[in-house]
Design a protein around this ligand. Sequence first.
Ligand code: ADP
Ligand code: MG
Length: 701
Amino acid sequence: MSSYLQQEIKFLSGVGPKRAGLLNKELEIYFFEDLLYFFPYKYIDRSKYYAIKELTPNLPNIQIKGKIVGFEIAGEGKKKRLIAYFSDGTGTIELIWFKGLAYIQKSLLLNTEYIVFGKPGHFSGKFNIIHPEVEDSLKNKNTIQASLQAHYNTTEKLKKNFLTSKTISKLINNLLLILKGKIKETLPEYLIHKYKLLSLEQALFQIHFPQSSDLLQKAIYRLKFEELFYVQLNILQKRTHRISKLKGYIFSKVGDCFNQFYENNLPFELTGAQKKVLKEIRRDIGSGKQMNRLLQGDVGSGKTLVALMSMLIALDNGFQACIMAPTEILANQHFETINEFIDGLPIEVGLLTGSTKTSARKEIHKNLLSGELQILIGTHALIEDTVQFKNLGLVVIDEQHRFGVAQRAKLWKKNQNPPHVLVMTATPIPRTLAMTIYGDLDVSVIDELPPGRKPIQTTHLYDSKRLRMFGFLKQQIEQGRQIYIVYPLIKESEKMDYKDLEDGYESIIRAFPSPKYAVSVVHGKMKSEEKDAAMNLFAKGQTHIMVATTVIEVGVNVPNASVMVIESSERFGLSQLHQLRGRVGRGADQSYCILMTSYKLSNDARKRIQIMTGTNDGFEIAEADLKLRGPGDMEGTQQSGIAFNLKIANLGKDGQLIQYVRDIAMDILEDDPELNKQENSEFVVQLKKMSNKKVDFSIVS
Ligand code: ADP
Ligand code: MG
């Protein structure tokens, strides 16, 4: 069978080299298999026939069965047209063509039964259909019967070359006739039986030529089931391998570091969610297996503290720990926060970033090797080979999506056994997506904010209200608060963006003149020392307003800042807007987020703004984002490529099914971890096929 599926598309009857070239280019259809899995995007019910006497104005596309009883050529010039009088015994309707008159008239026979399809029009008391589809009702014996007509995506270029949805359907018809009885099943019999699935062959026939909507639903279900099942089986098998192969360091006790911190230093009660997550982490690191855990928590939910307390347990067990952050600003901030938290405790903490001086760097290297330095905080600089630990036991990675898999792997190699890994992200992603993208990670969620936080009030303002907005900012500054004003920066049009930022900055300086007001600026073109200096001025409260591009998006913590103004907010994605908003609302004061837009808003932009003004819940926003954009655009999905390779399932919409098939895959692996059983042999074949495809993928990209 596979030999059939791997045949080049040009060899299919009805294709040939020219069409093959177009199918390659426009639809990425190269082989028979690609066409077989090129699924329709919609279906039109062709089971019902209208009687002509039932017709009323304003019907959608309909179908009539009848005969042509006469032809007429009418009109002159542009209005010249062919009229075929079509009768079904209950009445007569006019079929009208303005193009190809001679050809069409020749191809249609009088008094032969046809099926006519199209949208009826109504003109001076008579019904007509302009340019209808006309089919012989005694269908060709080489046509697969269907009661729903599949429609396929095409492109302008394809249509120009007569590769319409209908042509594609004919090609698939030809293909299925060749493959009939030869499509090999890709799921084991026992699964098909147990979960009452259609066979693969049935499913493929029904998805292209559904005999009923019930069978169509079953076909879609079977194909989604299989697709998602193999994704999960693949992920879970890798995970099983990792767990069984790698030994994890056992942190068996909670000692002085943790206890002293808990009793003397912890300035507040942990939230219930923080406690729950710490329990999950403790269970992992005490288990003898390597922890590989993703900690998701909305901005401001207190992830840093969880990381710190986990590190203290590592220290209590004679291990070192490190935190890696995506930017220098963030690394500095973690360093300061953690030093403050552990004030008075005998714990050595170091900071290593790109701007650490050589002498200090040498000192750090030495103290890491001797074990004197217990916690290291830094940027990518931590990954370098020259950074060696005496006994690294726990790695914390902040803001996961900024690091690639290869970088993570480098960290794993910093001790004999890989250290435990805790990955923290403030980009909440829906559970089902996390399960798939980060399928090899266990997921913990902090779903609760520390008490006493006032929800941020979010407002949408059109640009014309800018003066009113400035007035509000002045009030806030008078009350001692600070303000962020953020401009979008999109790579393709950097020049224009900087102009926006510069113009904006000038108008802000004019509205907030010195010496009464102090304004800082941070943008990506500044050197990192300049950025840090400007950021520090703001963090210390020495400037009132921070004008910035999105460089401030990640993690920065200035609790006294209470207003976030986002300019041209229609140009930001939802998750970015939410991240930016999360920079305020970190203190006890009421905070505000103001979304500025022009009057012209696309539908999607309007929806994004509505969602932002409607909720502060990061998970709700992530769900909405997934629905608006689809998973291919979500952060993190690019790395995995999974979202792109799915042909029929949708990570955003098929959450329940993902969970369902994941449980099935888990049971199978529990029973047969190596998939050695005869009944499971098909899995091995399919997983191998998937991994082969990945190799191809990496060569291409
Ligand atoms: P994020 O999850 O965004 O990294 P942080 O760890 O920066 O959040 O925490 C945000 C703020 O909340 C910090 O100032 C931190 O000290 C504070 N915080 C953390 N946990 C609690 C708690 N349980 N109660 C009160 N405040 C807390
Ligand atoms: Mg953080």
